[in-house]
Design a protein around this ligand. Sequence first.
Ligand code: 0X9
Ligand code: ZN
Length: 349
Amino acid sequence: PLPSGRDTYRTLNDYNRDMAALAADHPKLVKSITLNHPSLEGRDVKGVEISDNVASTTDGKPVFLMLGVHHAREWPSGELSMEFAVDLVKNFGSDSRITGLLKKTRVIVVPVVNVDGFHQSRTWGDLVDTREVDNGGTVTVLANPGNAYKRKNCRLVDGTTPPPDQCYAPYNRYLGVDVNRNYGGLWGGAGAGTSPADETYRGAGPFSEPETQNIRELVSSRHVTTLITNHTFSNLVLRPPGVRKTGETVDEAAMKDLGGRMAAQNGYQNLHGYELYDTTGTTEDWSYGATGGFGYTFEIGPDEFHPPFSETVAEYVGAGDHAGKGNREAFLIALENAANSQTHSLVSG
Ligand code: 0X9
Ligand code: ZN
């Protein structure tokens, strides 16, 4: 089972409630954070920081950042991020490896970056491809079927903030900005759409969206040395660069090595982002370029954006023929990399 014991996908409220409870139950170890910018529809974007003596602001510990749900329909990316947080908290104090890691690092988990898109997708998720619902004799025709497979955020037209619930209107699944094409690094190049109707629409400019502004400001305010941004699907561990013509990064050997050690655990392929396809304006290309911290996209699972929940469980704990040993061990290896990449020695003791 998962560390939380859950057996269904969380809603946005479930995520927020679970993060608040984690912090309330473990005040020395977990701090709840709200990122700087509310979403276009006015929702808070929340996360947790986890570290031994989490309240310290001067410990100089390197940060491991884990992100989920840049893409609305990719529900397992939030679940595995959240479960990793729960796992660390559960095992602090009893598991010596995890205890040691949380003494040396600060872990920040933002399980749902694109809260508006996720809320839309998850809310309609039980009604995939269903246009009519029979409520015991009365047939209700849904106005907006298919939004379970929304990818982008709720930016309807550049410069326009949607009125409440407009993200739910028919066909608006195809409007919005692709949050994973809106980062400033290499923004606007290959593999990013220029039209608002494109599923990979880059947005009006680099960091035009609150979702990417949130992550930029979070990363800029911390010592992030290692980052995993979770997505679904394809069983891949992807490292920079995301676009072929950039050529290898100066950290190619080390990033390939860390990717390979993670891939040996989850059973995925260890590739450059561009070997899947070219992209620009993605999370790890920006963060690596801005900070030098190593960043990876995990494409979780073989073939579905949000499979039956049992498959998501297998992707975390292992078992399942495609899942290798699961992502738990891969995530811990990334956290160990953060622990070993102390870049600041300003603090003694
Ligand atoms: O296209 C994306 O943003 C990611 N795939 S997804 O199916 N989850 O949308 C992949 C981004 C990783 N980078 C590259 N492929 N270059
Ligand atoms: Zn994705």
